[in-house]
Design a protein around this ligand. Sequence first.
Ligand SMILES: [Zn+2]
Length: 325
Amino acid sequence: MTVGRPFQPAIAVVWFLLTLASPLFANPAPPHFRDLADWARLHDLRISTRGDLLLLTNRWMRFRFQKDSNKVSFNEVEYRLSDILPTVQGRYRISQRDIDTLLSPLISPPKRRGPPIRMIAINAGHGGKDPGNIEGSRQEKIYTLALAKRLAERLRAAGLKVTLIRDDDTFIPLETRAVKANKSGADLYISLHFNGFDGPGRAGVQGLETYCLTPAGASSSNDAHRHGGSWSAGNAFDRENITLAQQIHTSLLDQTSLPDRGVRRARFKELTLLKMPGVLIEIGYMTHPSDTPYIYTEKLRDQLASAIAEGVIRHKRLLERGKPE
Ligand SMILES: [Zn+2]
């Protein structure tokens, strides 16, 4: 018998407790999971399966869930769950966090409290010493500003007020952008960006991504392995953020030929500090020849501005009526 042996059970217990505790420290709000089929029945959705897919449908809605995946499609548009969908004894489980911050607002947009949506803050990504993506002689900051100005015209024509976070080629730190939007009294915040990808498989990477703030305690879509991130000011608008993202993203997909890369979640600095609902849109890739006409040509950029404006107006109508159209 070795001297250490009597202590081994104690070490095992401590190790076991640490193992249990570590996800709790990393993720301050562990999600509570519910049976997805029960949730579907509550909302009069028919349930069917096809291989690893679970479909929930009725006359107006169609959800497509995938086993062990964080992707879900709603009415043929892709979204990301905060928590990967597990199955337990063949039954799909969904986190309460995803019900509250994704599924519920998708099927029933939140009702707006307080006065109607009146002013929109538009952020043209990058500027000044920060060019954003560079592709040959093209700099992202030039095109985000051009789109911001055109979007402002569209929104003003629809009777809304607009605050441009920058209206010239100036560098503004991310924190300052959010603070500026907060001070302006804007009701919504829209940040405009164009993407770029230089890795292997570049020819296959194109399309539209819309980001809203990651719900408190969940992982970002771009960072599936890291938990953490506590509550931030922007999390007060988790439900409104999803509705805004849904309306703008769907409108852009309807009015352009940009492929759908999903409504995603991220803790972008400008979104965490916002005291209003907000989204960040990556409208196509400067590194893909099918996307660049939307970015570089005025005519197609106008189409983007119209589509985003229409998404904002649909969002306004939905929230002010408090029920789906
Ligand atoms: Zn950018």
